[in-house]
Design a protein around this ligand. Structure first.
Ligand SMILES: Cc1cc2nc3c(=O)[nH]c(=O)nc-3n(C[C@H](O)[C@H](O)[C@H](O)COP(=O)(O)OP(=O)(O)OC[C@H]3O[C@@H](n4cnc5c(N)ncnc54)[C@H](O)[C@@H]3O)c2cc1C
Length: 482
């Protein structure tokens, strides 16, 4: 059987569903393909279950460490029932996943969803579930999957070697675990599992954690997390079978025996299963096509790519934006219109550790490569160990660095590991969207006592280092100058 459609969307995850929303406004002649499970990575095995687990872990940790000193008794006896915590995670997860799964089901009921994997058979055709779908334009939104070395899988099997696809499905967790990969996902899960009472060792061959590129912030973050569980950096992990079905983890001079391993070594785009060879698209050494970040179009083809599948910013709000852009452009092109370029948002990344790690705008590493520190850009700092509101919250840990250009005093980016970093990062990203200068931000109201006062201090620190040519009379000596 052959279907002829305007647009074919491959993947009914977040990017695919957002793309479908845009496509449906332009044409009713579309089809979406997904073998399932439906419900999106974010809601089923990603953002949402991980945040539920972190919430439980942080509540426990807070009770244990902060209650007694505030005169509240009983906190020292609080314990996690890991089985019950995991059951709670699944219950919340089912609620979150039911929304997008329901949307996909509606498409299935309307005969617009094919429940099978898609593979290209020609530049303008895919096969799925025994059907050939010929389309004027395609959106590839096939997502990504955890990277797990096959040799490890062959030796230990999926029961001992967990990923975030299987972690939340566990009925219980063992006493000792290793988390391989101290990027965003590994660090979040490592800290949460450690706080829930599991003996964790974290391993990464890189010298930094959570994606941080600013040594000052990374050093502060690493010392904080190392107070909670051992983190071995700078050497690749090796796994060997140990006695009684355990696993020996080695990295450099370090060694530990654990019962299970959570593999968080990154995520591989699901492009290798799409038979892209049939499209004639050139792929780089990682198997990824080049595409335009403002149109999501691959070269001058009628194929658009959105979300984790393109291997770039593997985060939800970017998948949603990319899906919208790709969907709009695919349907417009299919209807004979012009592909439009869309402005992309200021980069914003948050790691939901405690304290939060966050990165906004240009990273320190990117600025350092582009500009000269002290001449091209300045770094404003606030050490949160003495920040008043953070002290009240018993969360006075970590460092905020903000970067400003010496040419015009504009905010260029920030890296941080601070309490409530998720909110400070948003405020800075929004300010950057408005092209704000440090002086503009100093002129904003800051209440007392709030975490934002720490940001205010970092702004003043940066402002003091800027050349007089970009300073505004009256700032920072008085709040406002007419
Ligand atoms: C543990 C974890 C925590 C995370 N936490 C956060 C967070 O806090 N904040 C944040 O912003 N992001 C977070 N993310 C990232 C976020 O979840 C992803 O960036 C986002 O879900 C990607 O959406 P997507 O549409 O690209 O992929 P998906 O939602 O995975 O959708 C891809 C779809 O394509 C389908 N598919 C695959 N192959 C084929 C094929 N051949 N044919 C047809 N269909 C196919 C799949 O079945 C799937 O339904 C987290 C991720 C993980 C794993």
């Amino acid at each position: 059987m052959t279907r002829e459609v305007d647009v074919c969307i491959i993947g009914a995850g977040s990017a695919g569903l957002y793309a479908t929303g845009q496509v449906a406004r332009i044409t009713r002649n579309f089809v979406i393909i997904d073998p399932g499970p439906l419900g999106t990575t974010c809601a089923r095995v990603g953002c949402m279950p991980s945040k539920v687990l972190i919430q439980a872990a942080d509540d426990l940790w807070h009770a244990r460490h902060h209650f007694a000193v505030q005169g509240i008794h009983g906190g020292e006896d609080v314990r996690a029932d890991v089985r019950a915590v995991l059951a709670h995670v699944r219950k919340m997860r089912d609620g979150f996943a039911s929304g997008p799964a329901g949307k996909a089901q509606k498409l299935a009921d309307a005969g617009k969803l094919i429940s099978a994997p898609a593979r290209f058979v020609a530049p303008d055709a895919v096969e799925a579930g025994g059907e050939t779908i010929r389309a004027k334009a395609f959106v590839i939104a096939a997502g990504s999957r955890p990277i797990v070395p096959q040799a490890w899988l062959d030796t230990f099997g999926p029961d001992k070697l967990l990923t975030t696809d299987t972690l939340f499905e566990q009925e219980d967790l063992p006493r000792r675990m290793a988390v391989l990969g101290m990027g965003v996902i590994g660090l979040e899960m490592g800290q949460a599992l450690s706080r829930l009472g599991i003996e964790i060792v974290g391993v990464d061959m890189k010298e930094t954690i959570g994606g941080l590129t600013d040594d000052g912030v990374a050093y502060s973050a690493l010392s904080l997390f190392r107070e909670e569980f051992p983190i071995w950096l700078g050497a690749p992990a090796e796994l060997e079978p140990a006695e009684n079905g355990a696993i020996r983890v080695k990295a450099g001079d370090n060694e530990a025996v654990v019962d299970k391993v959570l593999v968080a070594l990154g995520r591989r785009p699901n492009l290798d299963r799409l038979n892209l060879e049939a499209t004639g698209i050139a792929l780089d050494e990682r198997g990824l096509p080049d595409f335009d970040r403002q149109t999501m179009r691959i070269g001058d083809t009628a194929i658009f790519i959105a979300g984790d599948a393109n291997g770039e910013r593997q985060i939800l709000h970017e998948a949603a934006d990319e899906g919208r852009i790709a969907g709009y452009n695919a349907a417009t092109l299919a209807k004979g219109g012009e592909v439009r370029r869309f402005r992309r948002k200021v980069p914003l990344a948050i790691v939901f550790t405690d304290p939060n790690i966050a990165m906004v705008g240009e990273t320190f590493a990117a600025l350092d490569a582009r500009l000269v520190e002290d001449e091209g850009f300045v770094v404003g700092e606030r050490d949160f160990s003495t920040q008043a509101r953070a002290r009240v919250m018993k969360a006075n840990r970590g460092i905020l660095h903000i970067y400003a250009g010496t040419e015009d005093g504009r905010l260029l980016g920030a890296e941080m590991c601070i309490p409530r970093g998720e909110h400070i990062a948003h405020e800075l990203a929004w300010a950057m969207e408005r092209q704000a200068t440090i002086a503009d931000l100093i002129a904003m109201p800051f209440y007392h006592p709030v975490i934002e006062e720490g940001l205010q201090n970092a702004l003043h620190d940066a402002y003091g280092q800027l050349p007089d040519s970009v300073k505004v009379p009256g700032i920072p000596d008085v709040p406002f100058a007419e």
